[in-house]
Design a protein around this ligand. Structure first.
Ligand code: SF4
Length: 496
């Protein structure tokens, strides 16, 4: 199923003549998303490049994909459930369907089961008193419920349960009142949480990142076009060049002439998500001038220093533990080998929406290589352990194939607290480590020994100090407002 819509002055899917009219954000609703955003502006049709760049960011969300373009008088929108290649299907290597325009934004989305629906898929498009606005968002607005209630009191309406819609209507209201860029600045002062966004206002294209820089957002140039992307790998995939990161708290405007920074509404510190470096981002991406591959290798090296073990072979949990395993092997001198083969047509289990889907997928996707495993003392390296289903299954599989010992090493400290900034880790009982000692975790997964990298060594590997990172899911100290939680850093924004 998909939606194709053209919005012009005569015909629109949704109109917000500010103040907007009627509908509901469900009380207590907390939309959960981990997504990718794209925005491109140039002198030629940009649709094929948006499709290609969304494919490069497919790892950030596999449930839905969408694109909105502006053609000079109308907004053209197509979104659907499924992978980018399913929503925008090629025929004989050519995209048969095109959305016209030299400016556009794109989105891929991952959500939890409860909010999985086409209405909540991006990009969001509205018609306002200042024209058409479209928004793709990666992150989570932690005060969306409160803002939604305030907006409703002013007559606003919402047709979805998504925090992205609240964000868009809030920005639209402020732009209608204060213009550009002041309206954006005003909205930024009211939005809490994590947001990296690409935004179209008619034919103008903007990139906006929250003051802590929690989610990544970069700017690039491709053959005279300028682009916004969640990760630099999408810029590379088009043969372009990375210009720079959008700064925390920055509003940037892109045009066919280049990029203009309107303002930086920064906090006194940053809070980059450590999990982007550990797991989410593609290893070939560069975030905040750090290559993810290099960082993961360094994590593996420090893990070997912190948790050495006598063993015959280092094998990764494919694919996410591969780079850390290389680093572990390099630092320990224990040879690296591929002991597990992955069915490349199965999806990443973490970003699958339901526990049952995830459990079944683990069984389908990995198989050991007997000659590498049999009789060996194995160091099994994974990037992180969240729910623990995968690692437990792999340890038992390796033993079934004759491994003499399996020593598990993990490139992320135990995940103990929920994430409120766009990663689907919402309740503590989802986590393997909750309420357990390391020895209890070891027993649960059936390993001969278990070692997690420490928070100190992890942050060293990332070349950040601890107060430049979000470590909320590791230590419970959240950088921004979370309803009902202590948030240690929000005061840093006061006074702006
Ligand atoms: S709580 Fe964890 S996953 Fe969420 S933003 Fe912070 S570091 Fe990232």
């Amino acid at each position: 199923m998909d939606i194709i819509a053209t919005m012009s002055g005569r015909k629109s899917v949704r109109t917000v003549a500010f103040p907007p009219q009627g509908s509901d954000l469900m009380p207590g609703q907390k939309p959960d998303e981990h997504c990718a955003v794209i925005g491109i502006i140039g002198r030629e049709q940009i649709f094929p490049n948006i499709v290609a760049s969304l494919k490069a960011l497919q790892h950030r969300g596999q449930e839905s994909a969408g694109i909105a373009t502006y053609d000079g008088s109308s907004i053209n929108l197509k979104k659907g459930m499924g992978l980018v290649g399913e929503v925008f299907q090629e025929k004989d290597g050519v995209l048969p369907q095109s959305l016209s325009g030299i400016v556009g934004i794109g989105h891929t989305r991952y959500s939890t089961q409860g909010s999985k629906s086409l209405e909540n898929a991006g990009p969001f498009v509205i018609s306002t008193s200042v024209g058409y606005m479209a928004l793709s968002h990666n992150g989570e607005i932690t005060n969306a419920e409160k803002l939604g209630e305030e907006l409703k009191k002013r007559g606003a309406s919402f047709v979805t349960t998504s925090d992205t819609e609240v964000m868009l209507v809030e920005i639209a209201k402020d732009i209608a009142e204060f213009g550009i860029p002041r309206g954006f600045r005003n909205a930024m002062g009211r939005l809490a949480g994590a947001y990296s966004a690409s935004i179209m206002v008619n034919d103008r294209l903007f990139a906006m990142r929250d003051p802590y820089g929690i989610r990544p957002l970069v700017l690039g140039e491709v053959d005279g076009s300028y682009m916004i992307s969640s990760e630099s790998c999408a810029i590379d995939s088009l043969g372009g060049r990375l210009i720079r990161d959008v700064k925390p708290g920055e509003l940037v405007e892109l045009s066919s002439e280049g990029i203009t920074s309107h303002f930086v509404y920064a906090a006194r510190r940053t809070a980059h998500c450590m999990f982007e470096y550990v797991y989410f981002a593609r290893p070939d991406s560069v975030i905040e001038t750090r290559e993810v591959f290099e960082i993961r290798k360094r994590i593996g090296q420090k893990l070997a220093d912190e948790h050495p073990v006598d063993a015959d072979v280092v094998i990764p949990v494919p694919d996410s533990g591969r780079t850390q395993a290389l680093g572990y092997s390099e630092a320990s001198g224990i040879p690296y080998d591929e002991g597990l083969i992955k069915n490349r047509y199965s999806q990443r289990t973490f970003i699958m929406p339901s526990q049952r889907t995830r459990t079944n997928a683990v069984k389908l996707k990995l198989n050991p290589i007997r000659s590498v495993v049999e009789g060996k003392r194995i160091v099994l390296v994974d990037d992180s352990i969240v729910r623990g289903n995968t690692i437990k299954h792999i340890v038992s599989l390796l033993k079934k194939f004759g491994a003499a010992q399996v020593h598990v090493r993990v490139g992320c400290p135990p995940i103990l607290y929920p994430c409120y900034f766009g990663v689907d880790m919402k309740t503590r009982d989802q986590f393997l480590a909750t309420g357990k000692t390391i020895e209890e975790i070891r027993k649960t997964i059936g390993a001969d020994s278990l070692g997690y990298i420490s928070i100190g060594k992890l942050t060293e590997s990332l070349s950040f100090s601890q107060d430049q990172l979000c470590l909320g899911c590791l230590n419970g100290a959240y950088p921004a407002y979370v309803p009902g939680k202590n948030y240690e850093l929000q005061a840093a924004l006061e006074g702006y």
